[in-house]
Design a protein around this ligand. Structure first.
Ligand code: HPA
Ligand code: ZN
Length: 327
């Protein structure tokens, strides 16, 4: 994909980015070596060749396996610093960054280790470049709700950094309502709320209905299948819920960029945004994702690109000062 000058220069806001999904093969090898971990791949090319998945569970297996190299505070620092530098290079001014604490605490890395590394990197990057990053804590939906609740409690001392909570991982058999109490508590604690409704899953439209009507989220991650039910689109518009769509990710876990759907969402006045999801695995950061939508059927014009960024800052949970600087 070629990134044209307009896309390169456009000030950007990213709202759907998993920090563990930015672990590039080069950094993965470097961290493995620093921590004395033997990776089952000869080199970076062999590792990239193993990034061969065609659905969500296939991706998730590779994604969780890759995290094993993240052990120390410095590892989390290096991971977030690399993303912040990449984001700055693409003129991303503000990002809300998902992290998956349970994927780390479940293998013996402490919540403090992880959060200190991530926040110190974002702090340093902010001072150096003006890039602003905030965290959104995702619960893993394939674990029990009790584990999510305990993780929510662990996060409370870090509310200055964590602007909201989300829900990700394997959707099959793990509907939004499984986490009803956890999200009610999160809301009471002042967190904003989003949930993944991944594209083309079994029960996608029912899950979208649940996140709107039963959970009361502030926005929806992916959520493209709402187009199958005009009542869902009407509810999304009426409540001003944004959708954080990830075209290159879609092309890897289902069929195609969903470019026609993104066009339709824009044309129907939904606050849709374009994001990169897991750019080390679904190759392409936010500029590449935008560039992929220049051709038909998305046919994004310069005005559409500006609208996408306005939508993003509008549905973001950024502080007023960040918002004002952006617009
Ligand atoms: N969907 C579900 N879980 C995830 C994703 C995703 O796109 N990325 C990282 N965890
Ligand atoms: Zn995601």
């Amino acid at each position: 994909t070629t990134i044209d000058a307009f896309i390169a220069g456009l000030p950007k806001c990213e709202l759907h980015l998993h920090i563990e999904g930015t672990l590039e093969p080069g950094l993965k090898f470097a961290l493995a070596e620093r921590n004395g971990i033997e990776l089952p791949y000869a080199d970076e090319a062999a590792l990239r060749a193993a990034y061969d998945f065609d659905d969500l569970p296939g991706f998730l297996a590779v994604y969780y396996e890759g995290m094993s190299v993240l052990r120390t505070e410095q590892d989390f620092y290096d991971l977030a610093a690399a993303y912040a530098a990449k984001a700055h290079s693409q003129n991303v001014r503000y990002a809300e960054i998902f992290f998956d604490p349970q994927a780390h605490t479940a293998r013996g890395v402490s919540f403090d280790t992880m959060i200190r590394g991530l926040t110190r990197a974002l702090d340093d990057a902010g001072r150096a470049t003006g890039f602003t990053g905030r965290l959104v804590m995702c619960f893993l939906r394939d674990f029990q709700a009790e584990f999510a609740m305990a993780t929510l409690v662990q996060s409370l001392p870090y509310k200055d950094w964590i602007v909201g909570v989300g829900l990700d991982s394997d959707e099959a058999g793990n509907p939004p309502v499984k986490f009803r109490e956890v999200f009610a508590r999160a809301r009471a604690e002042g967190y904003r709320m989003t949930m993944h409704c991944d594209v083309d899953q079994k029960n996608s439209t029912e899950h979208i209905r649940q996140v709107i009507e039963e959970i009361g989220v502030d926005r929806i991650d992916h959520g493209v299948n709402a187009l199958e039910d005009p009542a869902l689109i009407a509810a999304i518009r009426e409540k001003g819920l944004g959708l954080t769509v990830c075209p290159i990710s879609n092309a890897h876990v289902t069929d195609g960029l969903k470019a026609a759907e993104i066009r339709a969402l824009l044309d129907q006045g939904v606050k849709v945004t374009v994001n990169s999801d897991d750019p080390a695995y679904f190759p392409g950061y936010v500029a590449e994702n935008l560039a992929a939508l220049r051709p038909a059927p998305a046919s994004l014009t310069d005005a559409d690109l500006v609208r996408l960024q306005r939508n993003a800052i509008d549905i973001s949970w950024a502080a007023p000062a960040v918002r004002d600087r952006f617009l």
